[in-house]
Design a protein around this ligand. Structure first.
Ligand code: NAG
Ligand code: NAG
Ligand code: NAG
Ligand code: NAG
Length: 414
């Protein structure tokens, strides 16, 4: 209880500046030891035969009986981030409800901590507690200006897990949405931007910074890094979706706002200069070359894609909203875990390098319908959580989101 009081006092004292936030985190340790792979590996254990799948339940904080109830229309499901011996869950707008479903606290972006690896759905909310409602992602001066002037607020969401860039820092791309409370509608004014988390283990402080608070504008530019990020030997790979409009466009949504995510493209930057976008290079899979010229999504560039997700026979089944790319020590391979929205299924592909070549089609490793899912909106995978079970990657932490709630699953490969 004493530590909780300390936490709350520190939370209230959280320091917010234009583009960075620093706050204290409680001393809840979840040690993991991430292996740093070479660029090219020799894949093994690739049968992907699954020994067991366990349902770990909805993410919840027993101390306040929280539920993640997200504002309708936003996508900010919890994303996982392990730095040294702390494991965080970053999420978009979160509302805490009491037993009568009354909202008692909410934030525009939030953070919780994983309590221990044996119970991955047990979390401790840090920011959206009734006593301490504060956002994790700081507003830029321009966003503060809009918020103050036009009766609007900003909300943020991330759709991919963070990835480590060195021992003490991780990065993640977030999307910004502006929300007009008066007219009760919301619209996307921003796009995606870079966030860097740095944990100082000596002082128990986590700093969240937006070093380049510049948007990759939605539909005008590709959201590099929003699909997934990966750092290997000093280079950071920033994966993005391309949007494919099927010939009979009955599922693709309106032009330049929707479409079926299907082709995966990648930009690469030296990790040390990731904040300087002029150092990013864009990969063309057809020629195997990098270019400094940023491709723009005016036409489908499928020949430049490193992966095309087309496993299934219908456009509807080939519709994806989220996926994860990471290195699995157990498989000695880079894995892509992905899930069509409908019919639900979790699939994996693999590659010897972050650029590919990627195996095709995917191998099904889980059937969410066995756990009552008719639709899976977001499915994210991480090999980090269960490192104690063996080599990282023998067990995956899967989070499935639907109906504004998130359930954790553990998939064990044999
Ligand atoms: C949370 O819910 C459980 C079961 O409904 C209840 O026993 C417990 O007292 C609640 N805890 C708090 C802090 O409200
Ligand atoms: C890790 O990366 C961060 C962000 O780029 C940087 O500020 C920090 O100095 C790096 N730390 C080490 C130990 O390289
Ligand atoms: C601002 O928000 C208030 C409360 O929701 C609403 O009554 C008012 O009409 C809004 N003003 C504008 C200009 O949207
Ligand atoms: C990417 O290039 C590699 C090497 O040429 C090739 O094997 C692979 O099929 C290409 N991927 C796609 C999606 O076209």
């Amino acid at each position: 209880m004493a530590s909780l009081l300390v936490l709350l006092q520190l939370a209230v004292a959280a320091f917010v500046s234009a583009t960075s936030t620093t706050f204290s985190v409680p001393n809840i340790l979840t040690p993991h030891n991430e292996f740093s792979p070479p660029f090219r590996v020799t894949p093994r254990n690739l049968g992907f035969s699954v020994a067991s799948v366990s349902n770990e339940g909805y993410l919840h904080d027993d101390s306040i009986n929280s539920s993640y109830t997200l504002t309708s229309g936003f996508q900010g499901y919890p994303t996982f981030c392990s730095i040294q011996d702390r494991s965080f869950w970053f999420a978009g707008p979160v509302q805490i409800q009491d037993a009568q479903q009354q909202t008692v606290a909410s934030t525009s972006s939030s953070v919780a901590m994983a309590l221990d690896f044996s119970h991955p759905s047990s979390i401790r909310e840090l920011s959206p507690r009734p006593e301490s409602s504060w956002p994790v992602i700081p507003l830029t001066p321009a966003e503060q200006f809009v918020s103050a002037t036009y009766n609007q607020t900003y909300q943020f969401d991330a759709t991919a897990h963070c990835s480590l860039i060195n021992d003490t820092s991780a990065l993640q791309f977030w999307d910004a949405w502006s929300y007009n409370s008066g007219l009760y509608n919301c619209f996307h004014t921003g796009g995606s931007f870079l966030v860097i988390y740095t944990l100082d283990p000596a002082t128990n402080k986590l700093t969240v910074s937006r070093p380049a608070p510049v948007y990759q504008k939605e539909a005008i530019q590709y959201p590099y890094g929003s699909f997934s990020t990966l750092t290997v030997q000093g280079m950071t790979y920033l994966y993005a979706w391309d949007v494919y409009f099927p010939p009979s466009d009955d599922l693709g949504g309106e032009e330049d706002t929707g479409g079926n995510h299907r082709d995966i493209h990648v930009a690469v930057a030296p990790t040390s200069t990731i904040e300087d976008k002029s150092t990013w290079k864009y990969y063309d899979n057809r020629t195997g070359t990098f270019s400094s010229t940023e491709p723009l999504p005016t036409t489908r560039r499928s020949s430049a894609a490193i992966i095309i997700l087309n496993d299934f026979s219908t456009e509807f089944a080939n519709t994806f909203l989220s996926a994860s790319i990471f290195y699995s020590e157990y498989h000695d391979a880079y894995l892509l875990v992905y899930a069509p929205i409908y019919p639900p299924g979790i699939y994996v592909r693999y590659a010897p390098t972050p650029l590919g070549p990627w195996s095709s089609p995917g191998t099904k490793i889980m059937d969410p319908t066995q756990f009552g899912y008719n639709v899976v909106r977001y499915a994210l995978a991480s090999p980090i959580f269960f490192q104690t079970d063996g080599n990282g990657g023998q067990s995956l932490l899967l989070t499935l989101s639907s109906d504004y709630q998130t359930q954790a699953f553990k998939v064990n490969f044999s």
